[in-house]
Design a protein around this ligand. Structure first.
Ligand code: ADP
Ligand code: ZN
Ligand code: ZN
Length: 741
């Protein structure tokens, strides 16, 4: 008798282990397969974790596996192993990790494999002739045989009774052919041949392929904007495929990188499969199967594509590695870069992180003195691939503009640069990291600010709908005509958003066509691609947008980039706001002057001397890294420390506060008991920076620790505190949270 240990597909702490079932003799079963098992009074789906010949439970108590859901393992052994690692590392249930690894549609038997019924001929040409002679009156059957002599055909094309007769006589048989739905791919740019690599690209590609053949290694590719990082990725993947291995390419968000996906399709054709949430359920499932069965060997996708069902991995590439989308904000709170690291290590593959502006944390690992197991090798592309210079960046001081009487959202410098740009028939991009018309509404007389009633967030004015909107919960309200607090009529709209910029452009340059790309204009499927297409074809001369337009775009006609308000991100209450500002400005600036005309970038700010802006203007990543890491070290912020917190949510503010204070007391006792007090930089219960969201009050227990010894025990204790059931209170535990609010 064989026994299967099965992880049931039910996420609850009480069932976070495997259950033993017997395997009927007639059932072919292997590890990673999806099965249906009895569970209490019900039946449940589950995944086979292991199969044994013995069982420690009395055999009469063991119930049998009822049936298999699919006849192949849905989870590859390497992914089962990875799920196990995630279970320990991210303190999640095993089944929660496994659920990330298969399309949701494949659970609960929601999608059917799409097939069509085909017929094939079983007779040789001589036998067909004989058959036709013997059955001279069966006209329909004869016709079917003649058709099938040219090749297999769909059963639906023929008469059912004639086919049945042929099957009875053993002349033909039915079989099911799988149909794969191919997702729509953005048009790939025309490209004749591979470009000749620059010296720096060639050196990087050589080192990567060598490492891939020699048991794998980890690299950071730090190349300035336009240095041709994509081309290095492509050459690495070529080698990977040539050696019969497979590759994963992670991008921050598929919709924002249509060009990247296009390039990969142009080079790898059907060998590339795209995994992302914009696909229909059926399409996603088909792409997954193409990868699972070796029909496609390169997986491209956002965060969760790190779980692509590929065997024999040769490389995992993480493009724009500094993007915070790689960190999941839902449980399991995994970081795709960490998972990629682990998966590449297990597969003896190459891990390649690429960015013009790596995160401080990643770059630190590429510096000398890091322990070998944490070390990244640094590869650099210091110049643009086509030999063009980086764009000139000028900083416009908006305080001076104001003093000179310019109250417009455009500085005189930017106005003049736009006039020149349009006169020459070139294109411009205008970047502002806020959608809507105005960022907040405030009373000039008393300072009252209009906030969302559900959230502690000021509301944004949207002109098209003449509405105030909360960008967190989506609540809407009529804009006030007088101050709700003091009754004054001097209620004003402050701070420009994308809508306001577009409106000003229409007023100042009535003959220039603009397109706007932000969350509001891209809600429909394919909207991103349509907007970018209008810009690419030159139908629009100006692209106005939020951070959606900051990365990855390569438009040769763009010679001018304007950053309307650099201070928007600089003033966020987060220790990473400086880093994010540097990254955003460097990335948007990198969109200018990528082809034969030099680019010009104008950054408007009220804080022109800030080092993030000064160094972004010089596109000097190394100088920024030195300055910022010194600041983090001195003020004890990550990556020099670890932040852990539990956020408590409750309708009643007092309840959230009390839960946080109780947790603080228990955490204090734990830290004293474990003798870890000296490792603590800071620990306390306090209100979260945004104290209300969606009508819930938020309190937190905030802990900052040095990296001494084992932090896992502390994290596990905090997770157990968060998981305790509390009436009317929700709790979430985070390690180095992606958002500090
Ligand atoms: P990055 O991602 O580093 O900003 P891209 O990969 O988008 O840069 O490349 C920038 C541009 O340079 C693209 O248009 C690309 O086709 C081109 N390019 C890349 N490598 C070469 C090369 N060796 N010779 C000429 N052009 C190149
Ligand atoms: Zn007022
Ligand atoms: Zn709200």
């Amino acid at each position: 008798m064989r026994y299967a240990n099965v992880i049931v597909d039910l996420s609850a702490d009480a069932v976070d282990r495997s259950f033993t079932y017997s395997v009927p003799d007639s059932m072919a079963l292997c590890e990673g397969q999806q099965v249906v098992v009895p569970f209490g009074p019900r039946t449940m789906e589950g995944f086979v974790a292991s199969i044994r010949d013995t069982c420690s439970i009395p055999p009469e108590k063991v119930r049998p596996v009822l049936r298999t859901v699919r006849d192949y393992p849905i989870l590859l052994p390497e992914l089962m192993h990875l799920a196990d690692w995630m279970h320990k590392k991210y303190l999640c249930n095993l089944v929660d990790a496994m659920r990330l690894m298969i399309p949701a549609e494949m659970r609960g038997e929601r999608v059917r494999d799409k097939t069509r019924r085909m017929v094939r001929l079983l007779l040789s040409p001589n036998e067909v002739d004989a058959f036709l002679r013997e059955n001279a009156r069966a006209k329909k059957q004869a016709e079917i045989l003649r058709t099938l002599q040219k090749g297999d055909a769909e059963a639906a094309a023929f008469s059912g009774s004639a086919l049945a007769a042929l099957v009875d006589k053993g002349a033909v048989e039915f079989y099911d052919e799988e149909l794969l739905r191919a997702p729509r791919i953005a048009a790939a740019p025309e490209r004749a041949a591979d470009p000749v690599l620059t010296h720096a690209q060639q050196r990087a590609a050589d080192e990567l392929t060598r490492a891939m053949s020699n048991g794998g290694d980890r690299f950071l590719l730090n190349g300035v904007t336009g240095s041709g990082k994509t081309e290095v990725y492509i050459r690495l993947i070529r080698e990977v495929l040539a050696q019969g291995r497979t590759a994963i390419v992670l991008v921050p968000e598929i919709a924002l990188t249509p060009q990247m996906v296009g390039w990969f399709h142009a080079r790898f054709g059907d060998d590339a499969a795209v995994l992302h949430s914009g696909l229909s359920a059926g399409e996603r499932y088909d792409e997954w199967r193409r990868l699972r069965f070796g029909k496609a060997r390169v997986a491209i996708g956002a965060r969760s594509a790190v779980f692509a069902p590929l065997e024999n991995l040769g490389a995992i590439i993480v493009d724009e590695e500094h993007e915070h989308t790689y960190q999941s904000d839902r449980r399991p709170r995994y970081d795709a870069r960490e998972v990629a690291w682990k998966r590449a290590e297990d597969a003896k593959a190459v891990l390649l992180l690429g960015s013009a502006t790596p995160s401080i944390q990643t770059y630190m690992r590429a510096m000398p003195g890091v322990r070998p197991e944490n070390r990244l090798k640094l590869l650099e592309l210091p110049n643009r691939a086509n030999g063009r210079p980086l764009p000139e960046v000028e900083i416009a001081d908006m305080r001076e503009e104001f003093a000179r009487g310019n109250h417009s959202i455009f500085s005189a410098t930017l106005m003049q640069a736009m006039e020149e740009c349009f006169a020459q028939g070139r294109q411009a991009m205008l970047f502002i990291n806020r959608r809507g018309h105005s960022s907040f509404v405030s009373c000039r007389a008393c300072g009252y600010v209009e906030k969302c009633q559900q959230c502690d967030i000021s509301m944004t004015y949207h002109q098209a709908e003449n509405q105030l909107r909360c960008h967190y919960c989506g609540a809407t309200r009529e804009p006030p005509t007088k101050c709700p607090s003091c009754g004054s009529r001097y209620i004003k709209f402050f701070g420009a958003g994308t809508q306001r910029v577009q409106e000003e452009m229409a007023r100042l340059f009535p003959n220039v066509r603009t397109v706007r790309m932000d969350l509001d204009t891209t809600r429909q499927k394919d909207a991103h691609a349509r907007i970018l297409e209008r810009f690419r074809t030159g139908d629009a001369q100006v692209l106005i947008g939020t951070q959606m337009i900051a990365k990855g775009l390569d438009f040769p006609g763009v010679t001018l980039v304007g950053v309307i308000a650099a201070d928007t991100t600089l003033n966020l209450p987060d220790y990473r706001s400086t880093e994010r500002t540097f990254q955003l400005i460097t990335q948007v600036a990198g969109r200018a002057g990528r082809a034969d005309c030099p680019g010009r970038v104008i950054v408007q700010t009220y804080d022109p001397d800030h080092y993030a802006l000064q160094m972004a203007a010089k596109q000097d990543f190394r100088a920024f890294y030195n300055r910022e890491s010194a600041f983090r070290r001195a003020s004890l912020y990550p990556p020099f420390t670890v932040i852990m917190r539990i956020v408590f949510f409750a309708k009643e503010p007092d309840a959230a506060q009390k839960a946080a204070e109780d947790a603080e007391t228990r955490l204090n006792a734990f830290l004293d008991g474990e003798n870890r007090r000296q490792d603590v930089v800071q620990m306390r219960a306090l209100e979260a920076p945004i104290k209300r969201l969606r009508g819930e009050s938020r309190w937190q227990v905030f802990l900052k620790m040095y990296f001494k010894g084992d932090l896992d025990a502390t994290a596990a204790f905090m997770q157990s505190l968060a998981d305790e059931p509390r009436e009317g209170i929700r709790a979430e535990m985070e390690v180095n949270p992606a958002n500090m609010y």
